[in-house]
Design a protein around this ligand. Sequence first.
Ligand code: PLP
Length: 401
Amino acid sequence: MSNTADAIRSADAHSAHNYHPLPVVVASAEGAWMTDVEGRRYLDMLAGYSALNFGHGNRRLIDAARAQLERVTLTSRAFHHDRFADFCTELAALCGKEMVLPMNTGAEAVETAVKTARKWGYEVKGVPDGHAKIVVAADNFHGRTTTIVSFSTDHDARDHFGPYTPGFEIVPYGDLTALSHAVTENTVAVLLEPIQGEAGVLVPPAGYLQGVRELTRERNVLFLADEIQSGLGRTGKTFALEHEGVVPDMYILGKALGGGVVPVSAVVADRDVLGVFRPGEHGSTFGGNPLACAVALEVIAMLRSGEYQQRATELGDHLHHELNLLVGGGAVTAVRGRGLWAGVDIDPSRGTGREISEKLMGLGVLVKDTHGSTIRIAPPLVISKEDLDWGLDRLRSVLSA
Ligand SMILES: *Cc1c(COP(=O)(O)O)cnc(C)c1O
């Protein structure tokens, strides 16, 4: 459909309204730029919620995908295929862990983490069957399954989807004392985002994540790090936890692992944790398929060079420097984040996050609001400094209007 209004009308009529997209209809994209059906160009400052860390149409990723498309795309895990061992070996090495369990979407990886922790709790830690507890943080975002929304504190995400899965304890994010009180002998895991993305790119207080690491180690509880959005280069490190010198018991990965080409997710941990699974106890038809492994292997090779992490650091410093100059000027009340990732709180008198996003769209910049008056900025890590400055200019002009 080549007309914006027709395409939106038709989508509204025939798709469930579980999203409220900006009124732009993308037809093609390259690098940090997208082109709509009318030929207008937009700078992508969202990057598919960090699924597109390496940009649209990344040559290396497209070539890896195309080569694999011509060979074999799916075997199911009923058989081995020749990309699987390399994928698991390379991803484990990237994480400094021993084992990988591949899935497809982020939510599936989180579900896998929950199942692993419970099984580990019963079979290794010795928690009485059916009594395992997992401690999570308020304002978390871990996905959309019925179990995951059971421990969400977001009413839109949770309400009217019960009955809810029991076994979760919610504590305030960044509060080590509350976390310590919530951990009991039946606690099998603490599940956290190192930086809370959907909540508005919330960075916890210094020392918190180290405190979580020490506490979980002392109390024989697994630390499950949801690095689906924060990981794989976004913050300037391969993992956001590296900024704190923290190594979790399990990394939960997704989004950028599939290079914006295919959905690829995984949990990565040592043998004493992921070794709890035996044949038939967990799985996925598409998890670890040849196409997914081929693309993810290229993603891992790209991350191994360190070049994207370095770009995120350098461009991120620049982004945060420029954004911080806006704080206190009347339009921006706070800026948070790390690397090429920022949550910008707009003074409500300047409009809602949605209104700001729509105005930016009119100027050729695509961002996404989150929670009222916050906009989230997370361009592909391949964005040029000139393009980033171009986007920041447009943000400044929208905010000063
Ligand atoms: C996006 C996201 C998920 C869910 O991933 P899906 O692929 O959408 O299921 C889970 N956790 C975090 C931190 C995320 O950003």
